[in-house]
Write a protein that binds this ligand. Structure first.
Ligand SMILES: [Zn+2]
Ligand SMILES: [Zn+2]
Length: 397
């Protein structure tokens, strides 16, 4: 943590940053059910005399600082995961079956403290800022609900947003380092389900049945040929069958078999090609086995595509806060609904190194943890973004 340029007011507010993060950590809430979390954020922003919009995208919160000039949106997510926390601490989850295992508690704390510092100096800001606190990042499309809210569409309502930025904790990298991809910051995630309509019967008489277990076995292997044999090797993609359910006992061939899985891609064409091949394989294998196989896709989040100019700004700004930072690149295979914003506005999504030096402290683990000091880097990055883009050199926050 040496050699960093933490904003002095953030350093002073470190106890508050900790208290806010730990408060959220102790009281995790899921998807759109965020009464305590959103109430805390509303009250905090109001105490800063920031204009607040509530119930955006069901329960999202937006703080607005208005000024003449461009408008920048800074985003944090509010929801936790349906995971039982194993890690012991005096701020361990008090809500059984829910845990902030993806660091959204830290995201909220970093953005709130940044809002506090920026709001103290709002007269210096030549432009507008929207502080976005979204629900349901973990699978609920919360960002889309806020983007498409008919009463307050977060990007298009005045002041209209020009650029969007977000930061996500990355406990695999050490504090001070960061991740910033040169293009994709997350993948396109589609879930699928397949139903094989077989014909059940006695396990000793398979010739009288259409055995969905044998068909499922063929199908899993056939699906695995799509990526290596149909997709151009210059593209990264994955198709995984993660669940197979059929039958109850050892001597009865079941009537049907259900398979569940996920497809991860970056480019639209690759996504379409994999879905088309999977559909064809299901149809073909159905015909070959004299039965029907239905393939259903449940479209998930698109890939975040970082804007080249916003990447440059994000990297420059991060290096001002952490001059010795190592920048990690590459295309992650996880999903993130910040893509609903980068689909329609230039933006950038970066990862904040925060390795706590503990085994198993990875994202979505019941032992998830972070080096909390790294939150000072995240808050300072938000402030530095505003300094670099909305403040003149003589008038910095
Ligand atoms: Zn997550
Ligand atoms: Zn997350």
């Amino acid at each position: 943590m040496e050699g960093l340029n933490i904003h002095p007011e953030v350093a002073e507010l470190y106890p508050e940053l900790l208290e806010i993060r730990r408060g959220f950590h102790k009281n995790p809430e899921l998807l759109f059910e965020l009464p305590k979390t959103s109430a805390f954020i509303i009250e905090y922003l109001q105490s800063l005399n920031i204009e607040v919009h509530t119930e955006v995208g069901k329960i999202g919160v937006v703080g607005v600082i208005r000024g003449e000039g461009p408008c920048i949106l800074l985003r944090a997510d509010m929801d936790a995961l349906p995971i039982e926390e194993l890690k012991e601490s005096d701020y361990k989850s008090s809500n059984p079956g829910a845990m902030h295992a993806c660091g959204h508690d830290a995201h909220m704390a970093m953005l709130l403290v940044a809002a506090k510092v920026i709001s103290r100096h709002r007269d210096k800001v030549k432009g507008s800022i929207k502080f976005m606190f979204q629900p349901a990042e973990e699978g609920g499309h919360g960002a889309r609900f806020m983007r498409d809210d008919p009463l307050y569409p977060i990007l298009d309502s005045e002041p209209r947003v020009d650029e969007v930025y977000a930061i996500h904790v990355e406990p695999q990298m050490k504090s001070g380092d960061f991740f910033c991809s040169d293009k994709f910051s997350s993948s396109c995630c589609d879930d699928f389900s397949i139903e094989i309509h077989g014909k059940g019967g006695h396990g000793s008489a398979p010739f009288l049945c259409i055995d969905p277990v044998v068909i499922a076995s063929e199908l899993v292997l056939a699906l695995q040929t799509i990526v290596p044999r149909n997709i151009n090797t210059k593209y990264q993609s994955v198709i995984s069958v993660c669940s197979i359910k059929a039958g109850e006992t050892y001597n009865a061939i079941p009537d049907s078999c259900i398979l569940l899985g996920t497809i991860r891609t970056y480019e639209k064409e690759v996504r379409e090609q994999i879905i088309q091949r999977a559909t064809e394989i299901c149809e073909g294998l159905g015909i070959a086995n004299n039965t029907k196989i239905t393939f259903k896709i449940d479209p998930g989040y698109g890939a975040i595509i970082n804007d080249p100019k916003c990447i440059e700004k994000s990297v420059d700004t991060f290096k001002k806060v952490s001059p010795n930072a190592v920048r990690y690149m590459g295309y992650p295979m996880y999903g993130e609904d910040f893509s609903y914003l980068t689909d329609v506005r230039p933006g950038c999504f970066i990862g904040l190194g925060c390795n706590p030096g503990e085994r198993g402290a990875v994202l979505h683990s019941p032992n998830f943890n972070i080096d909390e000091r790294a939150m000072m880097i995240g808050s300072s990055w938000f402030i530095q973004l505003i300094n670099d883009q909305l403040c003149s050199n003589e008038d910095l926050i």
